[in-house]
Every structure is written in C-alpha cells, then in structure tokens.
Design a protein around this ligand. Structure first.
Ligand code: FRU
Length: 502
C-alpha cells in the first residue's frame, strides 16, 4: 500500500473513531489525538513561525499498535490544531512502525528523523525486532515524503543490543548530531552519538553516557542540549529499581547535568535525577525556540498503567509546554511557558494574608483551572500545608507539603484510579511555598517554588471538580495569596472572546 493510501485509510478510521469519543475526560487545553491511542511527543520544532508537535499514534485503536505519527501545530503554544497524520508505517524501511524521533528545519525543509520498527518473528513476539533510522521531508510542513534512500542508518553499531531507537537530531556549527536510545549487549541502558554533514550520511561516534548498572536496561527517548552554560541529557530509563520514594513508576524520566566536549564526545556529569515526580510523565522531548527558550513536553501517562478513557475511545495526552532552566545547583527547573496565560478566562481571588487553621473550602463550577496559592512558612506553625481538589463526594486529589520532611506529595488514591497511591517530590524548605496547579478534565500538574519540584498525574474523578480546599495540618498556616483562574477549552473554542490578554 502506498504511503498516501495508508495515511488516507488512517484518517478515515480516525474520523469514524472521533465521532464515537465520549468527551467526559477529554483535555480542554492539553494535546491529545482526536481519538484512539497516543504516546510519546515526537518531532517538536518551530517551522515557518509555528510550533509543531508530532506524537506516537495508533489511529485504528485505543490501544498501542503499529505506530503512526500524529501531528498538531500552534502559533502560540496555547491554541493547537490537528493536522493530517504525518507518517504511516508499512514501507520497506518501517514495516511495523514509525517509532519516536525528532524534527529539524533543514533550510526550509521540515525533516523528520524517526525509527523504523521491524518484527523479525511476527507481530506477537514483541521482543524480537530490529530497528533502523529513517527520514521524511516536507516543504509545507503538512505532507511528508519518506526518502527513497531510507534507511539512513540501517543497523546498530557492532557493540550494541537490538534496542536502537528515538533519534534526536540538532545542528552544532555546520554539523548535524544525533543521539539515540540504546543498550549494551549485556543490558545496560546508554545513549550513543552519530554525526552527519547532510542528515543523510551518518558516522558513529561512540557512547555519550551509559548506565553504571543501576540506571536500567534501556534508555529511551534521549535529548541532549546546552542549558544555562551546562549540558543536559534527558532520557527515559526502563528497568530502574525503586528506592524509597524514588523511581515509583514503571519507568522513569530523568536527567544528567554536566560538561561536554563535542570533539571527544566526553560528557562528565553528576548523578541521575528524576524530572517530574508524578504518576504520569514519560518520554519527554524538547525544542529550542526562536526566543532561546528550551521547551519540554512529555507524555502524560505511563506504560502499562490503567487508562480508563480507553472505554471512551481514546487514550493518552501530552503535558503543558514547560520552559527548562537550571538553578545554581544544577537542578532542572520546569515552569509552564508564559503563553499558558493565554488560556486564562476569569480570575477568582480567594483571599490574601489570612491565618488558616484546619481547612477552608470553596465550591467550584469550572473544571479547567489554574490555581495559585502561596504559604508563608516563616509565620506558620503547621506541620503540613496544602490543597485538596474535590471531584464529587468521596473523590479528592491531595497535594501536601511536609515542612519538616521537606517533601511535597500528591495523593491520587481517591482520584478515580485507586491503584495510583502517593507520589513524593523532595523540595527544600523555603520561606515561601508557592504552588501553581493546572487542572484539566483528567489531569493535574503541580509546579512548586518556581519549578523546583513538579508532579504530573492523570486523575479521573467521577464528577467535575466540585470544590477546592486549603489545608493546614497540626497547626496554623499563614496564607499569603490564594486564587484561581478558569481556563479556556481550546479544542472547543468556547470562551475565545473572553480570553485574558497576556
Ligand atoms: C517510549 C517508546 C519509544 C518508542 C515508542 C514506541 O515510550 O517505547 O522508545 O520509540 O515508545 O511507541
């Protein structure tokens, strides 16, 4: 079947499926497909003045399957529109899937670099596969042609396991570089590097970073870039052992910060840190935009987790776009891109400079929210302070900061997915605790103390949010500020006229 044919078939299937989607938990301002399955963000890039984000997509089913690339674009990182499916698998170079990858603007040609997936013993023996790297090009940024010369990298280097995927490509000087997710033959995750003069001919340079045996058997979805004078390697290791509050999800997403020498490919780095401590954050990717911002988006789900919306005809969403920076100790800070403010409709001030003992509750009518609360910990005797989001009578999502233990927790065990339990982020005590919380119909994203800790989780309350509660446990809390905004449903375009100015 020709590529055009497979894309047309997929589009028709997707259209039929989208007519049957139950809107109950559909995101109002996060990226999701019109229907059916999505996972990783792919190919984040700015092209002809617009932001493009692609994603792993199975347009025929709400479960993972032969991977296509879905596509959205935006002028402002806040309002997104769906574009036609960009890549469908089935050609010689990508018989069983167009797996994750990246995109670059090659002198006016939007170029996708992606992994071709091939089962060697039939589709159901999932771990017997080969992977190669391929290219597809577009002048209009919408319709893509795969290169006749694919694959551009036919097989992994000699010293490698068969895991060989998720190319991230960028230009440094006049040279293109690629990092790939990979593993040693004895099962240690690593990232390897290639370089090329023209995106077509690639030379293997060796290992950029590798597990010492404690960081999993495979590193998926690497990304590598300069940030605030250092170099940062993001990747998603599979198979890390849980350690206390750390590494609680099936797979992790985290980073190494260090110094890098392009000539020798030597990356001297510090310890691995998790990037987001919620239940649902994986396979993050970034782009560098024309304002010099490093913007990250992750898949807002986790492999093998329960996804209640499958019975509604869809599964999977992406996080808000987040700007990355490093603090002076080399910790990654993640904050929502300022364009997120374009989503604000009305502001609801809930009080300033008051003392809270126990709880204070307000009722809510809106289900898309941005909440901001600032506690002054210097004037608080409480042991814990925080916020509860109520979704119907017995449903609640609890965000609590334990001041003595310096830990921020998100308890989602009564949020419609009981097996989810609690996730914990370390957060050093500061005079102020600032929480910025984004609530969509089936997600919550917590940004604490200007992005020093983030927790991202899917929630599935039985009813829309019914109330918001501030809490002080074991003493009094000094609340400096408490307010929320109702946010716009950008997929349904309602409320456009009322939107606040940035
Ligand atoms: C990460 C991942 C990638 C792969 C893709 C397949 O979530 O497993 O390594 O390319 O998903 O959909």
């Amino acid at each position: 079947m020709s590529t055009l044919h497979s894309i047309r078939n997929a589009a028709e299937a997707l259209k039929r499926a989208s007519e049957k989607v139950d809107p109950r938990y559909r995101p109002g301002y996060h990226i999701a497909a019109p229907a059916n399955w999505i996972n990783d963000p792919n190919g984040m890039v700015q092209f002809n003045g617009e932001y493009h984000v692609f994603y792993q997509h199975h347009p025929y089913d709400e479960h993972w399957g032969p991977m296509h690339w879905g596509h959205v674009k935006s002028k402002d990182l806040a309002h997104w529109e769906h574009c036609p499916i960009a890549l469908a698998p089935g050609d010689e170079c990508d018989r069983d899937g167009c797996f994750s990858g990246s995109a670059v603007d090659d002198n006016g040609v939007l170029t996708l670099i992606y992994t071709g997936h091939h089962y060697t013993h039939g589709e159901h023996e999932k771990d017997i596969f080969t992977q190669n790297q391929n290219i597809a090009v577009s002048r209009d940024g919408i319709r893509f042609d795969k290169l006749g010369a694919n694959p551009v990298i036919a097989e992994p280097p000699a010293d490698s396991a068969h895991h060989f995927r998720d190319p991230k490509v960028w230009k440094h000087g006049d040279t293109w570089y690629m990092v790939l997710g990979n593993a040693t033959p004895d099962g240690r995750g690593r990232v390897i590097r290639y370089h090329s003069p023209d995106l077509r001919r690639w030379t293997y340079d060796g290992v950029l970073a590798e597990s010492d045996g404690t960081l999993g058997f495979m590193w998926e979805c690497p990304d590598f870039f300069e940030l605030d004078g250092r170099h940062v390697l993001l990747f998603s290791p599979q198979g890390m052992e849980r350690q206390g509050d750390r590494y609680m999800n099936l797979f992790q997403t985290g980073y190494l910060v260090g110094d890098y020498d392009y000539e020798t490919n030597e990356f001297r780095h510090g310890e691995f840190r998790e990037m987001d401590h919620g239940h649902d954050f994986y396979a993050v990717q970034t782009l560098l935009d024309d304002r010099g911002r490093r913007i990250a988006i992750g898949w807002m789900d986790m492999w093998e987790s329960d996804m209640p919306t499958k019975s509604h005809g869809w599964a999977g969403a992406l996080t808000l776009p987040r700007v990355l920076n490093l603090d002076k100790d080399g910790r990654l800070l993640m904050n929502p891109a300022e364009e997120t403010e374009l989503l604000r409709l009305a502001q609801f001030p809930l009080g300033e400079a008051f003392a809270l003992t126990d709880r204070r509750r307000v009722s809510l009518k809106e289900s898309l929210l941005e909440i901001r609360v600032v506690f002054d910990l210097t004037g608080s005797s409480a042991e814990k302070v925080g916020l509860i989001l109520h979704g119907g009578s017995a449903e609640e999502t609890v965000i609590l900061y334990d001041i003595a233990q310096e830990k921020l927790t998100l308890d989602a065990s009564a949020s419609g997915k009981p097996q989810d339990g609690i996730r914990t982020a370390p957060l050093l005590r500061n005079d102020l605790l600032t929480l910025r919380v984004f609530v969509d119909r089936s997600s919550v994203e917590v940004f604490a103390n200007d992005g020093l800790a983030t927790l991202t989780s899917r929630i599935y309350p039985a009813e829309s949010p019914s109330g918001l509660e501030l809490v002080a446990v074991g003493g009094e809390a000094a609340v400096k500020e408490w307010k929320y905004w109702s946010l716009k449903d950008v997929w349904n375009e309602s409320g456009k006229a009322e939107s606040a100015e940035l």
